[in-house]
Every structure is written in structure tokens, then in C-alpha cells.
Write a protein that binds this ligand. Structure first.
Ligand code: GLA
Length: 383
């Protein structure tokens, strides 16, 4: 799959420029194994970079303009680095936003031209936007000759998404796309941005289960959850819910508004589950990891209320199959994808069975991806 995208951008580059690309960069999408809605609470997340990515074939330009052709949209975006403005929402705004954020951070950027394509499904909750942002940042770093620091680039891409694109996301998606490690998930401390690579349990596969449902109003519900978490942090007199232990929470929980209490309980228990999940993975304890994933789903459904009928159906379908050790909704919620931990020998049959049972129950045709954990944003080849 990756190879064919690499070939497609190369072929299109040669067709347009009559030469091979000097540089090739890729940046992956992600799936989060556990640690949901904890990133904007300065907490812990445990995502992995997946083998679906955005690719850019490019060469430097002698002037300061950027020209990118998207194979997926059959469109070209072009702008000068010394003078560009926000345009209508489109894939090109991510590129401009990253250029803007890098310049804001003090980087001197050079122009380039190239061809872009990807196979991260768009709007499915697998972070196609973060992949695109980090691929753009990787391209600018390579052409402009500055050092790649994953945490700084992730923060800069998040700044682009928050301020230029206007989406109020946390740091998880950009951080895993910048810093992912093949064969591993990353335990990310979203306050310090320290990462620890933890190996995927042996003989298990991570399977993404796309419900084929997308909900409107995700942004407003997301912002509402953030505000509720901030209210809870204010109540406890701390900077973020990351600073509240389960004991401190229990001691004063009955004084909290009922909804705020459930939101806070999800975050505080989810941070704990995420740290335990990383420990389980280090021990190679797939059953322990699966159990924590299930508990995460119920907390997201009951306390944080970001699941949906289809996500719950998908998780139920997954859990009833042989070889499934755990399943949960993943990402912001309200639709999009679930993720399952499945014994590798059962993964293919699992995908077929869940496709059939989910379709029977909901009428939607799901997309199933058995995925591998890959490296984060990187220069793949240069000539
Ligand atoms: C979206 C956001 C992330 C994170 C998740 C929920 O993917 O972009 O920053 O908050 O939702 O865990």
C-alpha cells in the first residue's frame, strides 16, 4: 500500500518535472490504543503510528514559493512564503498553516515544489490532518536545512491546526505522527512531551474498525468536554486534571456537579489505565492490555459520553469474536473508529466476522484495517 503511494507520487512528479524527486517524505496517521481525551488534561496517551501515511515527493525551488499538487484532490496550491493569507477550508490550508506556524516559531523557510498523496482515510478519526501537517513540516525541514525535533515540530503543527485551521485539538495526533516508532506504541506524557516506546504484545494484531459513521457537531462537543475538564481542574485548584489522584478525587467528588464529576472521573481513571496499559505491554501481557481497553470504552461511554450507538455496536461485535482480547472506541468519538486487540492468527477471520455482524445490526458497511506500527515522519529517500 505504502509502496504504491510512493510510486504514484514519484510517477506524477516525473511527469510534471521531467526528473526524479530529490526528496521523499512521509508522515503517518495514528490509532490510539488507550488514553482518550487525556491529552488536553496534560495526561498520558498510548497511540501508535499506522502504516497509512501522507507522502510528498519534492525538490527545492530557487525562489520562495511553494507549489504542491495533490493527486487525491487533483488540485494545485501555490503561495509565496513572504506573503500569504488564509483561504477557504481545503487541504492546502494545512500546508499554509504549517508554513505560518514554522515562521512564527522563527524558522527561515525555503520554497519547494512537489506532489502529495496519502492513504489515511479522511475524517475517519485516524488523524489524516496531523499526518499532512507533519509531512509538510518534514518537507520544510529537509528543504530549509533545519534540524528535526519531533516534540517541537508536533507543537508547531498543533499551533497550525489550532490557530490557522481553527480546530481546537490536543497534542496527541501531531506527537505520534512526528515521533512514532515501528513495532511500538508510544507512551506520551502530554505535559512534558517525553515519550517511551512500548512494544506491541507478541502474536497480537491491532485492528481498526471504522463504523462508517461520521457525526456533525464533534467540534462543539469536544470543546464542551474540554471546558468541563477545565472546570473540574479549577474546582480542585490544579493546573490540569493530570494533577488530581484518584484518592483526592474520591475525597471531594460528592461536592462536584454530577456531570463534571463523571467527566473528571473518566480522565483520572483513564490516566491510570494508560500507565497500567504501558506496563502490561512491557510485560507482554496482552490479556491485561485488552482488559484495560474494555474498561476505557465503558468509561468513555458512561462517564465521558463521547461514544455512539454504532461505536458501541462495533465494540460488542468485536468482543464476541474468538481471539479478541479487547476493543474500544478510539479518537475523539461520536462516530469514526474503534480499535481492537486481536490474536494475530485470528485477525483475518475476526475482520470478516465483525464486518458481517456489524453490517447486519446497523446496515453500515464497515472498513477494517489490520495495521502495523510504523515510524513517525521521516525522509524516506533522497537522490
Ligand atoms: C482528537 C484530538 C486529540 C485528542 C483526541 C481524544 O483526536 O485531535 O488531540 O484529544 O481527539 O483523545
Amino acid at each position: 500500500m505504502n509502496t504504491s503511494i510512493q510510486q504514484r507520487v514519484t510517477t506524477e512528479f516525473v511527469r510534471r518535472f521531467n526528473t526524479l524527486p530529490q526528496l521523499m517524505v512521509r508522515a503517518p496517521g495514528r490509532v490510539n490504543l488507550i488514553g482518550e481525551h487525556t491529552d488536553y488534561n496534560d495526561g498520558f496517551v498510548l497511540p501508535m503510528a499506522i502504516d497509512r501515511a501522507m507522502w510528498i515527493a519534492l525538490q527545492p525551488r530557487s525562489d520562495d514559493s511553494v507549489r504542491a499538487y495533490s493527486l487525491d484532490f487533483d488540485q494545485t496550491i501555490e503561495f509565496g512564503l513572504s506573503d500569504f493569507k488564509k483561504g477557504k477550508a481545503s487541504w492546502g490550508e494545512y500546508l499554509k498553516g504549517v508554513a505560518w506556524a514554522l515562521q512564527q516559531a522563527g524558522y527561515a523557510l525555503k520554497g519547494w515544489e512537489g506532489v502529495v498523496a496519502g492513504d489515511v482515510p479522511i475524517a475517519a478519526g485516524l488523524s489524516s490532518s496531523a499526518a499532512w501537517e507533519l509531512a509538510a513540516a518534514r518537507a520544510f525541514a529537509a528543504v530549509s536545512g533545519f534540524e528535526w525535533n519531533a516534540a517541537i515540530m508536533a507543537r508547531t503543527a498543533q499551533h497550525a491546526e489550532n490557530e490557522w485551521v481553527g480546530v481546537n485539538c490536543g497534542i496527541m495526533d501531531q506527537m505520534i505522527s512526528a515521533a512514532g516508532k515501528a513495532g511500538h506504541a508510544l507512551l506520551i506524557d502530554c505535559r512534558s512531551l517525553e515519550t517511551q516506546a512500548v512494544p506491541l504484545p507478541p502474536e497480537t494484531s491491532i485492528v481498526i474498525l471504522d463504523t462508517a459513521t461520521r457525526r456533525g457537531l464533534v467540534d462543539s462537543a469536544y470543546n464542551e468536554r474540554r471546558a468541563q475538564c477545565e472546570a473540574a481542574a479549577r474546582f480542585f485548584g490544579v493546573k490540569a486534571l493530570r494533577d488530581v489522584s484518584l484518592e483526592q478525587f474520591k475525597a471531594r467528588a460528592d461536592q462536584l456537579d454530577e456531570v463534571i464529576r463523571r467527566r473528571a472521573r473518566h480522565i483520572i481513571t483513564e490516566n491510570d489505565r494508560t500507565l497500567h496499559a504501558a506496563e502490561a505491554m512491557r510485560r507482554g501481557d496482552a490479556i491485561g492490555l485488552g482488559r484495560l481497553m474494555k474498561a476505557s470504552h465503558f468509561s468513555l461511554n458512561d462517564d465521558f459520553e463521547v461514544s455512539s450507538k454504532e461505536l458501541n455496536t462495533m465494540v460488542t461485535c468485536a468482543l464476541q469474536e474468538d481471539g479478541c482480547l479487547g476493543a474500544r472506541m478510539t479518537g475523539a468519538g461520536f462516530g469514526g473508529c474503534a480499535v481492537a486487540l486481536v490474536r494475530s492468527e485470528d485477525a483475518y477471520a475476526f475482520g470478516l466476522a465483525v464486518t458481517a455482524s456489524y453490517q447486519t445490526l446497523t446496515g453500515f458497511v464497515p472498513n477494517i484495517y489490520i495495521c502495523a506500527a510504523t515510524n513517525g515522519a521521516e525522509v524516506v529517500a533522497s537522490s
